[in-house]
Design a protein around this ligand. Structure first.
Ligand SMILES: [Ca+2]
Ligand SMILES: [Ca+2]
Length: 93
């Protein structure tokens, strides 16, 4: 029987605490990263985020791996809310 515990935990994980100063920084960077200003990061734009974090995603498999972590609802695009949740729960600390 497959345990659902891990999935449940992930789904119910509380949102990370966000420092207002850090959030302002992300808002600034978001404006740079969202090159076409449509309010979403596509994979092309997201690649630049990874590069500025020093993460190498040379092939599309690696890129999609990271991208799917950020795209929490699986819509195929990353909006700012998803991005912040990812940002404040993982890297850049
Ligand atoms: Ca965009
Ligand atoms: Ca999404």
């Amino acid at each position: 029987m497959v345990t659902r515990r891990g999935l449940d935990l992930a789904a119910e994980a509380p949102l990370p605490e966000i420092d207002p100063d850090e959030e302002a920084d992300v808002d600034m960077m978001w404006a740079i990263w969202d090159k076409n200003g449509d309010g979403e990061l596509d994979t092309f734009e997201f690649k630049d985020v990874l590069i500025s974090l020093g993460i190498e995603a040379d092939n599309s498999d690696e890129l999609n791996h990271y991208y799917s972590q950020v795209d929490a609802d699986g819509s195929g695009l990353v909006n700012k809310e998803e991005f912040k949740n990812w940002w404040f729960s993982s890297s850049a600390k």
